[in-house]
Design a protein around this ligand. Structure first.
Ligand SMILES: Nc1ncnc2c1ncn2[C@@H]1O[C@H](COP(=O)(O)OP(=O)(O)OP(=O)(O)O)[C@@H](O)[C@H]1O
Ligand SMILES: [Mg+2]
Length: 283
């Protein structure tokens, strides 16, 4: 066969999206309002396109209820979309064979907002870190993997014997990140990872996430309400409103020239807080 000779040059492998959503729509069926009425449906995501490449940090911002966490659940395979496709390494995760699905489950991990609720209070840190290796049936030297990940997130070995209540909020989020790294993911999805933390330690967690992108070549999807937190961490941001992506841009451009109303509202919220801090909120 000679059909390949006219094919376009292969794209740079490193630049192909590792995780992608194509035209994803998600609806939920709600409870009936009246006995004989049809059950109403709520469209939470409406034809969403979204992707992230290895070594890239992308942001997703939007007001409360715009669909960010629903998008997270679909990107991680916890939920199947009503319409559209989720592709990991170029292949649809819902129709791929079991070995590709298993690779997808190991390779896409999530860090949630509240580290206290994502860790079992009765488990020592060591056991919590081993748990994903067991549930994802990952073989190999588990102890060596635990030490390697502790190193990557900057925790010491004596932390392994301790329980969640012995750590501060910032340390716990570090542990939640460690737990997400155990399976050797290629994509990390962080859904509001610092909004439950004290402002003084938010920067440490943000810097850790940035380091992981740079050092491990991870793809990071960073989700938040707060455009300034996302701007610090990512190079490209999608703005969501009512289940749609209404604008995509570089963080600085979104700040200085927001086009969509939803973006202007997010920028406006920050400026209001700033002027409040400067004492001119009522000026
Ligand atoms: N399982 C479900 N059944 C019905 N409605 C749902 C379900 N999950 C989410 N919703 C609705 O979908 C919409 C989007 O919710 P989602 O949690 O994705 O928003 P969000 O952008 O993450 O909000 P927040 O910023 O508050 O975390 C909301 O209106 C929510 O009430
Ligand atoms: Mg949410």
């Amino acid at each position: 066969m000679t059909t390949h000779t006219n094919a376009p040059l292969p794209t740079n492998e490193a630049m192909r999206p590792i995780l992608e959503m194509r035209q994803v729509t998600q609806t939920y069926t709600l409870a009936r309002q009246k006995l004989f009425e049809a059950r109403p449906t709520l469209t939470v995501l409406d034809h969403i396109d979204f992707d992230v490449r290895p070594g890239e940090a992308v942001g997703l911002v939007g007001e409360s209820g715009s669909g960010k966490t629903t998008l997270t659940r679909i990107l991680t395979g916890m939920e199947q979309p009503r319409e559209g496709h989720v592709l990991f390494d170029g292949r649809d995760v819902w129709t791929a064979e079991p070995s590709h699905r298993q690779l997808f489950r190991r390779s896409v991990q999530v860090v949630m907002q509240n580290p206290r609720s994502s860790l079992d209070p009765r488990m020592r840190l060591g056991a919590s870190l081993l748990e994903p290796l067991r549930s994802l049936r990952i073989e190999g030297d588990h102890a060596a993997r635990v030490y390697q990940v502790l190193d990557q997130v900057g925790l010491s070995r004596n932390a392994l014997e301790r329980f969640p209540h012995e750590f501060s909020g910032g340390q716990l989020q570090r542990i939640a990140i460690a737990r997400a790294l155990m399976s050797g993911p290629k994509v990390l999805i962080a859904d509001e990872p610092v909004s439950a933390l004290d402002v003084s330690i938010q920067a440490q967690v943000l810097n850790l996430l940035k380091d992981l992108v740079r050092d491990l070549g991870l793809a990071l999807v960073f989700i938040a309400h707060d455009l300034s937190v996302v701007a610090y961490t990512t190079s490209r941001v999608s703005v969501m409103s009512a289940g749609r992506i209404v604008e995509i841009g570089k963080p600085l451009d979104l700040f200085t020239h927001p086009k969509a109303e939803a973006t202007r509202n997010l920028v406006g919220a920050i400026l209001t807080v700033e002027s409040g801090l400067a004492g001119n909120a009522l000026a």
